[in-house]
Design a protein around this ligand. Sequence first.
Ligand code: NAI
Length: 461
Amino acid sequence: MATFDVIIIGAGPGGYVCAIRCAQLGLKTAVVEGRDSLGGTCLNVGCIPSKALLHATHQLHEVHENFEKMGLMGGHPTVDWAKMQAYKEDVVSGNTKGIEFLFKKNKVTWLKGWGSIPEPGKVKVGDEVHEAKSIVIATGSEAASLPGVEVDEKVIVTSTGALAMEKIPESLVVIGAGVIGLELGSVYARLGTKVTVVEYMDKIIPGADGEVIKTFQRILAKQGMEFVLGAAVKGAVVQDGKASVTWAAKKDGKEASVTTDAVLVATGRKPYTAGLGLEALGVEMLKGMVKIDGHFRTSVPGIYAIGDAVPGPMLAHKAEDEGMAVAEVLAGKHGHVNYGVIPGVIYTTPEVASVGQTEEMLKEQGRAYKVGKFPFMGNARAKAVFQAEGFVKIIADKETDRILGCHIIGPAAGDLIHEVCVAMEFGASAQDLALTCHAHPTWSEAVREAALACGDGAIHA
Ligand code: NAI
């Protein structure tokens, strides 16, 4: 048995970042993690391995689509799937070992095993019970199940199985046109798989900016992805190594089915809190999520919760920010997360990124706004590298010019968005961005041009 200031349960982006910050602030810190490697879903079976496959398949796409246009002739590589998988595993282990190094550097103790909370102030790992003044639940989430669709992680897979398929399927039905469905769907589409995405709503990435949605769907369709919208998947049955998927159209209930080599279930995730003993402790829950107050406190004194286990977007960076903020709270400081400025990124090609409000949200609020939009067609750098599809759209308050949101579809959108995030954190106006010198030729000029378009007009449009 050992005694700590803080024990964090779960070593994903929320938990490990929280642990490092706690240690930096002088707290004796331990993290309970049952996986063989640190980093949680994100590093092991989520963000990081998917980015490796997205990168590899993007390179393949570039070779096939653009190399000859640049005078690079004769390059038609074939895919060695086992080698691509090995590359992905290398990327994962490099990153997870990096967290182990950071734990050692910061003197964070890794308690190996699955943890539970037998009583406030105590955490049980295997046969040992450890003591802590504070406990932070950072146990993340798992794929939500879909009635009538039984996941076997071979033919019918979640994102975890989709990252490690035995072979590249000839056909794939993706259930759900959200972030996971479109990212992994585009990996396989680039590998030559016939990808059909079935989505319950009438549009892909529901909740995103309407214009982004239209452009994004057009581009993905051009890349070979097929969409069946407004259709609810009713079931999937596996027979002889193939799956038969059935869906019903929302408008008239008409059913259709298709036989496919693989099915990816990407219909959302749910908090993972099983086995912690929260019910016995009387920790209040809210629709399956751990209920917290503005200081990440659960209903039981001394127990805190962050990340995917609590309400809010299920994003690694949101969990990281909460991890740092709760560490500050535990160290007697003032931890804070600005939930109004949390970017969202889809790592397809082109990338899609957004922060703040959409036009649709502002219309609903009845708030007067103006829009500055700039197409990447007017951006020299984007045109030079065959990435001139898409646009930057900045939304600002009609009266004050204060930036309220930004929506980008285009090259490096996931990086460009952060200029706007910083601007929003400082309460900047669109004019502040427009007056900031941007290096030429960069993609970031498109952000400035969109800001200029909120005022007297963009130069290159
Ligand atoms: P999601 O919530 O983004 O999308 C699920 C989609 O499935 C929705 O559009 C929904 O309408 C649809 N759907 C639900 N039931 C259906 C049915 N029976 N038939 C047809 N369609 C149905 O969930 P997703 O993509 O699984 O992602 C889970 C979480 O992980 C999200 O919170 C996401 O933000 C996060 N994530 C974020 C990434 C990123 O930031 N790049 C990458 C991967 C995941």
